[in-house]
Design a protein around this ligand. Sequence first.
Ligand code: FAD
Length: 147
Amino acid sequence: MSEQVHRLVYFSRNAMPGTSDEIVEGVHQILKSSRRNNARAGVTGALLFNSGCFAQVLEGPSSAVSETFERIQWDERHSEVLVLDYAPVDGRVFPDWSMSFVGASQSGQHLFGDVSAASGFNPIHLKAAQVLTTLHRLVMDEEKQTA
Ligand code: FAD
């Protein structure tokens, strides 16, 4: 029997110094490693980078998600890593993406702004369900634009 899918949602702040071009290059490196490692581990998900913050959803077998997150949480390229949710789920919301990415698009800024504003800009009040819904909507929007 296959291992039950678990979903982890977290928020963190960018700790990469440099110009915006250097930070974009840093995020690009993160995505490259993520896609390679996640495809191998059976982890899927989405990463949002906006306003100097990351929000990420990781989905997969519990052992794969926790091993991946163990590496992520010690990564010095971000800080104040705050887990919003980690739980078994019925299925994946991002089954087709080893790591989908939503950057600083207009709509992304608008939608993520809503999440941040609703939390009073304090990530501790961010709701995992809201981050998940926002990310899913943004990924779908980007898919439509590139289709
Ligand atoms: P490599 O892919 O070989 O490393 C690639 C490059 O990144 C190298 O040039 C290396 O110098 C540089 N690098 C690696 N680690 C660090 C570091 N800690 N600080 C500075 N530079 C570094 N990894 C995943 O596997 N899946 C994910 O979904 C994922 N999401 C992430 C989300 C965020 C917001 C961040 C900050 C990191 C994420 N990572 C993810 C990266 C993770 O933290 C590890 O760096 C990565 O998994 C290491 O993979 P690797 O051993 O294959 O390194």
